[in-house]
Design a protein around this ligand. Structure first.
Ligand SMILES: O=C(CO)[C@H](O)[C@H](O)COP(=O)(O)O
Length: 230
């Protein structure tokens, strides 16, 4: 699994803080990435100790992790809503909870699960915090559309880069069989407006800007963790 950002201790504290918020009987969205992996691990331990929950994974990786931890799983179409989704982020404005996701190319299903959830609890280490988002925005793109989407990104004054695979010749292919375009717009002074414009581009399955989804954030540091609610 790709591991980005801060220390493993910081990620573990954040993941465990979110797992602590889970109650018996809940349906839990299981996010993707190295920080959420700690939440899944903590939930697996709680399940071993008798906690009764159902998980809805957001990616192949999250599903594998949850299976390894003994968590009972369902698809999104098999549950009647989600009580709480736990997920990571690549960059986050703590004041507002607005964040960028998609570093693991799973943001479409992550957003789908977050939108079906009553609450979205993000888990990050403190290296992810910023006052203004400025990292490239991941766009999951239909393969046939990648040049058209790149042109649309340029027309919004962004710089598109097709994400290359690390251990394969050619591009990253998502769990849904699509490609990822990382669209660099520099500082995002109006993320809500950009989110609307990106959603309107034909061929974009989903973008990694999460505006108005976050209900809580646990920020881990090497020696403590703090949680903000929205
Ligand atoms: O959005 C994501 C995957 O698409 C991840 O949640 C995000 O990349 C954070 O991952 P990590 O906790 O490993 O830094």
């Amino acid at each position: 699994m790709k591991s980005t950002g801060g220390s493993d201790d910081a990620k573990r504290r954040a993941g465990e803080a979110a797992a602590d918020a889970v109650d018996a009987g809940m349906v839990i969205g299981l996010g993707t990435g190295s920080t959420t992996a700690y939440a899944i691990e903590a939930l697996g331990e709680a399940v071993d100790n008798g906690l009764d929950i159902v998980g809805v994974p957001t990616s192949f990786g999250a599903r594998q992790r949850a299976i390894d931890c003994g968590i009972d799983l369902r698809g999104l179409d098999e549950v009647d809503g989600i009580d709480l989704a736990i997920d990571g982020a690549d960059q986050l404005v703590r004041e507002t909870g607005v964040c960028l996701k998609g570093g693991g190319a799973a943001h479409s299903r992550e957003k789908l699960v977050a939108s079906a959830a009553a609450e979205l609890h993000l888990v990050v280490d403190d290296t992810k915090l910023t006052d203004t988002l400025d990292q490239p925005v991941p766009l999951e793109v239909l393969p046939d559309a990648h040049t058209v989407v790149a042109d649309a990104v340029r027309s919004l004054e962004g710089e598109p880069t097709l994400r290359a695979a690390a251990n394969k010749d050619g591009p990253v292919v998502t769990d849904n069989g699509n490609l990822v375009c990382d669209a660099d717009f520099g500082r995002l002074d109006d993320p809500a407006l950009l989110a609307k414009r990106l959603s309107a581009i034909p061929g974009v399955v989903e973008h990694g800007l999460f505006v108005d989804y976050t209900t809580a954030v646990s920020v881990g540091r090497s020696d403590d963790v703090s949680t903000t609610t929205y």
